[in-house]
Design a protein. Structure first.
Length: 135
């Protein structure tokens, strides 16, 4: 394993909260976060680029308690960094977080929205799989 990886290949959204200001404004979006992962598999320093600034602090709070498999060098855990996307998506009841961690769900053609570039899956993201369903 030359790079860190999120354990279970899925984000534990029990640590994540939809920002009240975004919820009140019915704003959806995402943050592409670069996370330093320690040799012990914990998140360290984080930087991010978000569709809306209101999502940066909640993304950090969401990622901080996650568990990662650290990168290895010669079978020894090492510090490394990686990218991942945290999504904030409203469902039909705007008080609930739709727990999608990869691509935005597409609605009917009339309702669909273009996915921002920063939200698109990239080959080196810490989460490699696509969601099988919303959580």
């Amino acid at each position: 394993r030359t790079r860190p990886h999120l354990i279970g290949d899925r984000l534990d959204y029990s640590f994540c909260q939809y920002p009240p200001a975004a919820l009140d404004a019915l704003v959806e979006g995402c943050c592409r976060m670069t996370v330093d992962i320690t040799a012990k598999g914990r998140a360290g320093k984080m930087t991010g680029e978000c569709t809306h600034d209101v999502f940066l602090t909640p993304s950090r709070a969401c990622l901080a308690p996650q568990k990662f498999l650290p990168a290895l060098k010669g079978n020894k855990p090492i510090n490394a960094s990686g990218d991942m996307v945290v999504f904030f998506k409203l469902d039909s009841q705007p008080t609930l977080l739709d727990r999608v961690f990869d691509f935005f769900k597409r609605r009917s053609a009339a309702e669909s929205q273009t996915e921002p570039e920063i939200c698109r899956k990239r080959p080196d993201d810490l989460i490699s799989g696509l969601p099988s369903s919303a959580g």
